[in-house]
Design a protein around this ligand. Structure first.
Ligand SMILES: Nc1ncnc2c1ncn2[C@@H]1O[C@H](COP(=O)(O)OP(=O)(O)OP(=O)(O)O)[C@@H](O)[C@H]1O
Ligand SMILES: [Mg+2]
Length: 481
């Protein structure tokens, strides 16, 4: 049940309980008041009639008093009067009331009793008639009218309570949905977005209450997470640069040697003008080559803001291969790119995708300690995102990174994308590569799939959303058999 509905329901139950309790007390008080009022009327009326009967009996005899009583009972009087004997000769049940009430009357006091089962009130006014022994005037009146009144009041209270409940429930529901349900819904959406790795969205709530504070705290948390994530990615890039360092140093050695040799040949007097020009050209060319290698490395390591723009995935793969070739050669791994037919253009952050490719290629290199082939291929496919992503089948670019290494055992496979999970020796792996790559690809609306066979090799497939048409049907990652 939604929170707003729960609050409305709780409010409604509480309100109905208070109103019902109040109505019950009020009806009880009214019933008591009515009864007391009736008894008071009976006493006034009873004493007046008793005095009259006593008078008539003393002057005209007991039969005349009985006639007075009969006349009083005529004419639709709601109170029925009769004289009841209370002496020992009266028998076991001379009057309607229980013995203790009659004992009061016999002792000369006024007495009253309510027969709840029959719904009648009885009042006894002591009245001894000459020749008939001790007795009392019994006044009996039905409570039917009071019960009808109570019933009508109950109905009115129920109707009023119902109307109040409906109006209050409507108001509480609308206000609850607006002040609680709607902002909580936004917070849930934001939490789900953050859980799915989208740290860019913000919760827009301007409420100055606890929910508004929670929204602001969530936005601050997303900012901190984004900053921490960027630091993690930067650390992963620096770790890659560290691994490449010795290969790069080696790569710079050759042009440096060429530059030194050619510079020495430029000494005046040793060479002709043409030879000097040629040597100078070679020095410039080799310097440019070194500058390019260093710029590539700096570009890769530099912290930067992620920015998506249409980019050729094949060009990114090509530059990654170029960038990693010194390391691969040192490890006797042959890098190859199977060029796609049409240029696969996707809206991506080129630097981030290069980071993902570098991680996968370096994992492949590490998986082949004795060297071997490592191929990158790109294809446009129709594919269905993994369960739980809530995205329909669509067009994607699939970049396969395929090695002929040791493969991945089942117990390692379940931890592959966990941050800091590594099977490498301390100092050789941070365990960040795949988790960082997973986050980057996810932020691009894609995912990474693994196909591996122990002893045969592994194929990591990066799926990235493709815009344009011209898609071939998705085929399984080839190369791992
Ligand atoms: N192509 C592969 N072949 C075999 N095992 C792999 C492959 N790619 C990843 N793994 C396994 O997955 C683990 C986690 O990889 P991940 O890239 O996240 O971290 P790492 O490579 O250990 O460390 P780093 O990336 O910081 O060098 C690796 O330690 C390795 O056991
Ligand atoms: Mg790695």
């Amino acid at each position: 049940m939604k929170l707003a509905r729960k609050l409305t329901f709780a409010l409604l139950v509480g309100m109905c309980a208070v109103l019902a309790f109040h109505a019950h007390l009020q009806l009880e008080r009214e019933a008591e008041f009515y009864e007391e009022d009736t008894k008071g009327d009976h006493l006034h009326f009873g004493h007046a009639i008793a005095d009259a009967m006593r008078e008539v009996a003393s002057v005209e005899g007991e039969a005349a008093a009985a006639r007075v009583l009969a006349r009083v009972n005529e004419g639709g009087n709601p109170v029925h009067l009769r004289w009841v004997a209370l002496g020992p000769e009266a028998g076991p049940a001379p009057a309607s009331a229980p013995p203790e009430v009659l004992a009061e009357a016999r002792a000369g006091h006024d007495a009253s009793w309510t027969d709840r089962a029959a719904g009648r009130v009885y009042t006894y006014v002591p009245l001894a008639l000459p020749g008939r022994g001790p007795g009392a005037l019994e006044l009996a009146e039905s409570l039917e009218q009071q019960r009808r009144y109570s019933w009508t009041s109950s109905l009115q209270i129920v109707a009023a309570t119902g109307a109040i409940a409906v109006i209050s429930a409507g108001l509480a529901f609308v206000l609850g949905a607006w002040f609680v349900g709607r902002p909580i819904g936004k917070l849930i959406e934001a939490a789900q977005r953050i859980g799915a790795g989208d740290l860019a969205g913000r919760v827009d709530l301007r409420q100055r209450d606890e929910i508004g504070e929670l929204a602001r705290a969530m936005n601050a948390m997303a900012d901190h997470l984004a900053a921490a994530l960027e630091q993690l990615r930067h650390a992963d890039r620096l770790a890659t640069v560290g691994k490449l360092a010795s290969g790069i140093a080696h790569e710079l050695g050759t042009p440096l040697n060429v530059i030194t040799g050619r510079a020495m040949m430029i000494r005046p007097g040793d060479s002709s003008a043409e030879e000097i020009a040629e040597n100078a050209r070679i020095v410039v060319e080799q310097s440019e080559r070194m500058t390019k290698i260093i710029r590539q490395l700096l570009d890769f390591a530099r912290p930067r803001r992620p920015e998506k723009a249409p980019a050729d995935l094949a060009a990114i793969a090509r530059s990654t291969i170029h960038f990693l070739t010194p390391l691969a050669e040192k490890r006797r791994v042959e890098l190859a790119l199977l060029e796609p037919g049409a240029p696969p253009t996707a809206s991506v952050d080129a630097g981030q995708i290069q980071q993902v490719l570098a991680n996968l290629v370096m994992n492949g290199i590490d998986a082949m300690p004795a060297g071997g082939p490592l191929a990158i291929s790109i294809a446009a496919v129709r594919a269905r995102p993994p369960e739980g992503r809530g995205a329909p089948e669509g067009r994607y670019f699939r970049i396969d990174v395929r090695d002929a290494g040791a493969g991945i055992a089942a117990d390692v496979q379940q931890h592959l994308f966990e941050p800091f999970y590594t099977t490498k020796a301390p100092g050789e792996g941070t365990g960040l590569g795949l988790s960082v790559s997973h986050g980057i690809v996810r932020e691009h609306g894609g995912w990474i799939a693994v196909d591996t066979a122990v002893g045969h090799g592994t194929c990591f497939s990066i799926f990235l959303p493709a815009e344009e048409a011209g898609v071939m049907e998705g085929r399984e990652c080839a190369g791992v058999s």
